[in-house]
Design a protein. Structure first.
Length: 190
């Protein structure tokens, strides 16, 4: 598991939604407005997404395991055309984007879960929705969030070399025979 692999899995779930539009794996920027618009445009319409990692926390599970809790932000944009009730169309698109995260809480087995404990968030959350000027175009913007939880086995991260240690005293006894040796075997999880 890598952060990049999780980011790609999030992007791929959104890409799998019909008419999702352009899905950028990261928050794109350019110096020129026209170039910026091209990064999110489908035909003549802004219809695009970007993904940002907001935070990472690491929690202790036990002496052999930690859990990475990564918060993600997903931003979606759609050209606002009031006469076409574009807000209603964007609402439908947002729910279509949220659905695959509900159906695949492990992102294809890549993470432990995107669901919290009972009463916590489950899947992709809509945090804010409203009009914005984006790339010089009046758009709807949706800000969504996702929390991924990943168990890390410390033995697989290279720390296993330190699970057993030993020392042999390096000063010789008068008769040439070492009389003391310490071997340390800390408790090891299975």
């Amino acid at each position: 598991m890598t952060v990049a692999a999780i980011r790609t899995a999030i992007a791929n779930l959104i890409r799998g939604v019909p008419a999702a539009g352009v899905v950028n794996d990261y928050e794109r920027y350019t110096r020129r407005e026209g170039d910026f618009r091209d990064l999110y445009q489908v035909g003549t319409q802004i219809r695009g997404w970007n993904i940002r990692r907001l935070s990472t926390r690491e929690e202790v599970v036990d002496s052999q395991t930690t859990r990475l809790v990564i918060r993600w932000q997903v931003n979606g944009f759609l050209s606002l055309v009031d006469e076409q009730a574009s807000e209603l169309a964007f609402d439908d698109l947002i729910e279509a984007v949220r659905a695959p995260f509900r159906a695949d809480e492990t992102l294809g087995g890549l993470v432990e879960t995107t669901f919290g404990a009972a009463g916590d968030e489950a899947g992709l959350q809509l945090d804010e929705l409203g009009p914005v000027m984006f790339a010089g175009v009046l758009c709807h913007k949706a800000r969504l969030s996702l929390t991924t939880r990943v168990l890390l086995d410390l033995e697989q991260t290279g720390i296993d070399d330190f699970l057993t240690g030993g020392i042999t005293w390096d000063f010789p006894a008068p008769d040439g025979v070492t009389e003391a040796e310490d071997i340390i075997h800390p408790e090891q999880g299975e």
